[in-house]
Design a protein around this ligand. Structure first.
Ligand code: GLV
Length: 323
């Protein structure tokens, strides 16, 4: 009997067809994400689960899934999973690092440039018919920030941070960086956390969300940043104290922010960040290219099949289950 597998959302590419050929697969058909209650019902007899970062995989869910022996998330981040609860049950957890590095670094740079050159404000200016003959070309219209010669501060120097550093070098930025492990990487001048905050024109976050990194960028950290600095976050919203960020942006203690991730997603329609002109906003699309999402789906399927067949996963977030 092929193992029963549940997939919480259709994925781009051909990976799910491959999974369907090797398992008894059910894929959530709804146009909306599956709810926690629906997921509990679907997992009653499933041996494998392929999930997304929008699915909360916690102790109560696992208690309702007695046959579950493999979980594979189509994401690099696993902060939506109670990893210790899986490890206690010796369930391997797959994730998808590596394949989304370049796409996420591209989006980081797109947001950095958009905030530096005020692209979203400029587009609104034109679409809202403010580009009138009397304002044809103004010496002080929509003045932004130069990249060349400026300092980019990276908080987190993993694969994505390093890919952002490579792009920054091409733009003539000086790159400094801090990582909790203290390690240094080529092309990035290592600096203390405080120095990165105080010296950077652009500060970009590239850390996983954990108990140690939650709200690392709080009111005290924001107060150390330059008044014209731009904060970019394509990692996780929970790294930033959003209320403190709002206050810093409102009082011009911080120049601007460019954000792909938020404490609560989706962002509420009346969220105060949406009212600020000095904020560029995207809906968590760091890895959203067809090629990258297809590679993520393939890696998620490879992880799931390896787990179901008793082989080590290509990328396992809790490798201690194998020892
Ligand atoms: C995206 O945020 C991911 O973790 O893959």
């Amino acid at each position: 009997m092929p193992p029963k597998v549940f997939v919480t959302r259709a994925l781009p590419g051909t990976a799910l067809a491959q999974l369907a050929a090797a398992t008894s697969l059910r894929c959530w058909p709804g146009p909306l994400p599956i709810t926690a209650a629906q997921l509990r019902t679907e997992l009653r007899d499933a041996e494998g689960l392929l999930c997304l970062l929008t699915d909360c995989i916690d102790e109560p869910l696992l208690a309702a899934a007695p046959a579950l022996r493999v979980v594979s998330s189509c994401s690099v981040g696993v902060d939506h999973v109670e990893v210790a609860a899986l490890t206690r049950r010796r369930i391997p957890l797959g994730h998808t690092p590596g394949v989304l590095v370049e796409a996420t670094a591209d989006l980081t740079f797109a947001l950095l440039l958009a905030a530096a050159r005020r692209i979203t404000e400029a587009e609104r200016f034109v679409r809202e018919n403010q580009w009138t003959p009397s304002r044809r070309w103004e010496p002080e219209l929509l003045l932004g920030k130069d990249l060349h010669g400026a300092t980019l501060g990276l908080i987190g120097l993993g694969a994505i941070g390093q890919a952002v550093a490579r792009r920054a070098q091409g733009f003539g930025l000086r790159v400094i960086g801090w990582t909790p492990s203290g390690r240094s990487v080529p092309g990035v001048t290592a600096a203390s956390f405080e120095k990165v905050l105080a010296q950077s024109d652009f500060i970009s976050l590239h850390l996983a969300l954990s108990a140690q990194t939650t709200r690392l960028i709080n009111a005290a950290a924001l107060a150390q940043m330059r008044g014209d600095a731009i904060l970019i976050n394509t990692a996780r919203g929970g790294l930033v104290d959003e209320a403190a960020l709002l206050a810093a942006l409102r009082t011009k203690q911080l120049g601007a922010a460019a954000l792909d991730v938020f404490e609560q997603e989706p962002l509420a329609a009346d969220h105060p960040l949406l009212a600020l002109p000095n904020v560029v906003i995207a809906p968590h699309i760091g890895s959203a290219t067809l090629g990258t999402r297809s590679r993520m789906a393939q890696l998620a399927v490879d992880n799931l099949l390896a787990g179901l067949q008793g082989r080590p996963m290509p990328h396992c977030a809790n490798p201690e289950v194998y020892s």
